[in-house]
Design a protein around this ligand. Structure first.
Ligand SMILES: *Cc1c(COP(=O)(O)O)cnc(C)c1O
Length: 461
């Protein structure tokens, strides 16, 4: 052991061997890390290779990893179009090109070339949004969680927010409706039960909520510091990632809008085109809810952002709140959102040009033919077969709608192959169902087929 330790190369020895062009600081740190690891192995009784070449090889690999972004492209073979772990909605080339230009050059972000003066950062996009949805006003923030938090903070702080017990949604990443309400400074008022909530439950809560603020006399000499009585609001939350089935009742948005209280609708995954059983954004706006908010990168197929639509007086209040400045969307998201909204001006075109819609709307026949083309590239390797499968949209949207799709199915060595694909230079993410590896072609672009074929060929499995 002592011999091994004594013969370990020194940092300078390794530096001399490395000819690669790597940042010196990074290379030095990597060499030290490799030497430390090797030393630890020796002390633990192992006999690692301590040659200069081996230590240098490991240090170079480590240094290369340190200067390579960890966020990288993957191939999504899961069939889940809005895969939260894989970045949710993807962008079309047209939209990405626009984003690239805005990223690389100066832009009219807050400047109006016609007047030579400061311009509105979001005015044009808001106009597009109101034209497309029929809303009076719009406002854009960083994501839908921010949209909900900002809306509640700006409009409901200090007041009661009435929510059905069937709609206490947890989205993941610690977004929980009751917690967001607490964070906003509003007071949660639960109504109904898990499976059934009626309009009368909301009505009763509104009537009793009005009595919860103490009368002015209560504060005596402290009148000026008494909390302002705040009218209660109702919040409807789309149960994006689950569905309550069986003996159930929920109150529709258009009924909630008639209660005379401020009404807020967290739609979750807003869609401009109808999906089975899903309320569109236009319908939600038309229902008369005062505020409707949703994500930009779920069914809409745009960038990560949160969109708030609604009555002008409320949207203005939201925009003027100090939190708005902290939560607003950045210019790259705005560029992507505007380019996406421009595509929506021609809905039929949008269905082809927006990747999320294109993938979700692909028909069984199209997918079967696509899967057959991938299968063809495998030339009978692994005894792969075509298999009809069902999948979900993912990303907190369309929780019960099953999407029939087609996959290339491999039973032989499924687990080993699945790992081999994940380890590929461009990781290929597939799922295993009942011992079979499924490559669902819904979310695979045809241009990615050769990469998959190459990966499956270069294996010993
Ligand atoms: C997804 C979702 C959110 C959070 O939206 P993000 O854009 O991910 O922040 C909030 N509410 C509901 C109902 C959702 O489905």
């Amino acid at each position: 052991m002592n011999d091994l330790l004594r013969n370990l190369p020194r940092v300078d020895d390794i530096l001399d061997v490395v000819k690669e062009d790597l940042p010196r600081m990074v290379l030095l740190a990597s060499i030290r890390e490799v030497l430390d690891n090797t030393r630890a192995k020796i002390t633990a009784g192992q006999t690692p290779n301590t040659s200069h070449e081996e230590i240098a090889r490991q240090a170079i690999a480590l240094a290369r990893a340190k200067i390579t972004p960890s966020l990288k492209r993957v191939i999504n073979a899961t069939g889940i179009v809005l895969h939260t772990n894989l970045g949710r909605a993807t962008m079309s080339e047209k939209v990405a090109e626009h984003v690239k230009q805005i990223a690389m050059d100066y832009s009219t972000l807050e400047y109006d070339p016609k007047t030579g003066k400061r311009g509105s950062r979001t005015g044009a996009i808001e106009n597009l949004l109101t034209n497309l949805t029929g809303a009076e006003a719009a406002c854009i923030v960083n994501n839908n969680a921010a949209a909900v938090l900002l809306t509640l903070t700006a409009l409901c702080q200090g007041g009661e927010v009435i929510v059905s017990r069937g709609e206490f949604v947890e989205i993941g990443g610690s977004f929980r409706v009751p917690d967001v309400i607490a964070q906003s400074g509003a007071i949660l008022r639960e109504v109904g039960t898990t499976n059934k909530t009626h309009l009368s439950d909301y009505k009763q809560a509104i009537e009793t909520a009005a009595q919860t603020t103490p009368p002015p006399e209560y504060y005596g000499a402290w009148q000026n510091f008494a909390p302002q009585p705040k009218a209660p609001a109702v919040l409807k939350v789309h149960t994006s990632n689950y569905k309550i089935v069986g003996f159930t009742a929920e109150v529709a948005a258009k009924e909630l809008a008639t209660l005379g209280a401020l009404s807020i609708y967290d739609l979750g995954a807003g869609t401009f085109i109808p999906f089975e059983g899903e309320e569109t954004v236009q319908e939600a706006v038309k229902s008369g809810m005062d505020i409707v908010c949703f994500s930009g990168d779920k069914l809409l197929g745009g960038p990560q952002c949160g969109i708030i639509l609604g009555k002008k007086e409320y949207v203005e209040k939201i925009r003027k709140h100090p939190l708005y400045r902290a939560l607003r969307a950045d210019k790259l998201s705005l560029a992507a959102l505007e380019a996406t909204m421009l595509l929506y001006q021609d809905i039929d075109n949008a269905k082809h040009e927006i990747p999320t819609l294109k993938m979700l709307l692909a028909t069984g026949d199209e997918l079967k033919e696509k899967a057959a083309r991938l299968l063809g590239l495998l030339h009978n390797k692994y005894n792969a077969k075509l298999q009809e499968i069902t999948g979900l949209a993912g990303g907190g949207s369309l929780p019960t709608q099953e999407f029939k799709s087609w996959a290339v199915a491999i039973t032989h060595g499924a687990e080993k192959l699945e790992k081999h694909m994940r380890d590929w230079e461009t990781p290929i993410i597939a799922r295993i169902h009942k011992g079979t590896l499924l490559l669902d072609v819904r979310t695979i672009d045809e241009t990615e087929f050769p990469i998959i074929a190459e990966c499956l060929y270069k294996t010993t499995a």
